[in-house]
Design a protein around this ligand. Structure first.
Ligand code: PMP
Length: 405
């Protein structure tokens, strides 16, 4: 089946909403994507038909819930091409996935070790590492961002050395839309023997990932950015690291044996999944990924490039508009500031016309400082956005400009 945006839109009930009499134009997909009916149905079906705790019940509902829950793990494994299903860990989202790795790594770091992240991180992928370095005495470096909004690979290369223990970078910048060369960045880090984590929050629904091809050690993403529910996400990591590094939380499910004085740990993936998991949302995320993988993803990517190209063209016609981030490879997000009007006012006045965007620092304060702006207005795309919506956006922006003049 080829990519048909009208057909895709029909599957999203929320897109039929109106805001103050205007059709909703939802351009805040980097914050969270909307959900197709099949994902909503999967969630409702779980709670109406087989809600039960997994792995431990000796009854039909528990069996069914466990089978669906573990089948969803297999869907994720295939989607990211993980070598082993045991390496696919359910989390609350990207933030928790990164924190699980930081918890393990943090306990291994020592003074003299070096950690590298970048100047274009979401706070989730920088605060974690700076704090792990502070606590352990390791040295923290960041890769600068060029005026175009790309990582400075020369500086990155010069930072890498035999003391580099760990490198973290985003697959795609949530604030600029920059698509980073993650395979190349990983290979450079691997050449000095460092472990690599890729923050996949924005990359997963814009090109996806083959973790074996990339060669990284960890890849984290959130279900809600790929048409699944909030409160569920994935950390993929290499078995030899996830099964050796210090455990994350302790409690039920993650133990093998417990005495009054000691405990031993379960095998992966349960070793890192303490307590009752978020079963319904995991099953619905499996459904979201099944649905997404069945789209014409090559067609969807071409469609998205057409949206970004049209936005860039129309933005150049708007007087006083400054695009923030003009990377050669860009997906998902499109950020800008205007000479008149704070981003928050622009967002407010666009909302009055039914258009949802995000304004502010996008949880990327160091990046905003780099560009000398307090924040930006950001439109961000999903598979259901249309060229007409991009055009309507710029028409509405002109009205905003007149109101603010
Ligand atoms: N990293 C990036 C690049 C993101 O865009 C986000 C979400 N905006 C996160 C991490 C954190 O994701 P979550 O809040 O779902 O844990």
């Amino acid at each position: 089946m080829s990519f048909d945006v009208a057909l895709v839109r029909e599957q999203f009930p929320i897109l039929k909403r109106e805001i103050d009499g205007n059709p909703l134009i939802y351009l805040d997909n980097a914050a969270t994507t909307q959900k197709p009916q099949c994902v909503i149905d999967a969630l409702v079906a779980y709670y109406t038909e087989c809600n039960s705790n997994v792995h431990r019940g000796a009854h039909r509902l528990a069996d069914e819930a466990t089978r669906k829950f573990e089948a969803a793990r297999d869907i994720v494994k295939h989607f990211i091409n993980a070598p082993k299903r045991e390496e696919v860990i359910w989390t609350k989202g990207t933030t928790e996935g990164i924190n699980i790795v930081a918890n393990g790594l943090g306990k291994l770091l020592k003074p003299g070790d070096e950690v590298i992240a970048t100047g274009m991180e979401h706070h989730a992928n920088i605060v974690t590492w700076q704090q792990a370095c502070k606590a352990s005495g390791a040295t923290f470096h960041t890769v600068p961002v060029t005026e175009q909004g790309e990582l400075d690979l020369e500086v990155y290369q010069s930072l890498l050395n035999s003391n580099t223990k760990f490198v973290a970078f985003p697959h795609v910048s949530n604030a600029l839309g920059t698509l980073n060369p993650i395979k190349e960045l990983t290979a450079m880090a691997k050449a000095v023997g460092a472990w690599v984590l890729v923050d996949g929050a924005q990359g997963i629904a814009h090109g996806g990932v083959d973790v074996q091809e990339v060669g990284c050690d960890f890849y984290a993403f959130s279900g809600h950015k790929i048409y699944g529910p909030m409160g569920i996400g994935i950390l993929w990591g290499r078995e030899e690291l996830l099964s050796e590094w210090p455990v994350w939380q302790t409690g039920g499910e993650m133990i093998a044996t417990v005495t009054l004085q000691d405990a031993t740990w379960n095998v992966l993936p349960y070793r890192l999944e303490a307590g009752t998991p978020n079963v319904g949302d995991a099953i619905a995320l499996g459904e979201a990924i099944r649905w997404f993988s069945e789209l014409d993803l090559v067609g969807a990517a071409a469609h998205e490039q057409a949206l970004i190209a049209r936005a860039t063209e129309l933005a150049q016609e708007v007087e006083g508009l400054r695009m923030i981030g003009q990377a050669r490879h860009k997906v998902g997000a499109f950020s800008f500031v205007m000479s008149e009007g704070h981003p928050a006012d622009i967002g407010f006045l666009l909302d009055r016309q039914g258009i949802a965007i995000r304004t502010g620092d996008h949880c990327a304060q160091p990046l905003m400082n780099r560009f000398g702006v307090p924040g930006t207005a950001r439109m961000s795309f999903a598979v259901y956005n249309t060229l007409e919506e991009v055009e309507a956006f710029f028409k509405a922006l002109r009205k905003v400009q007149m109101m603010l003049a």
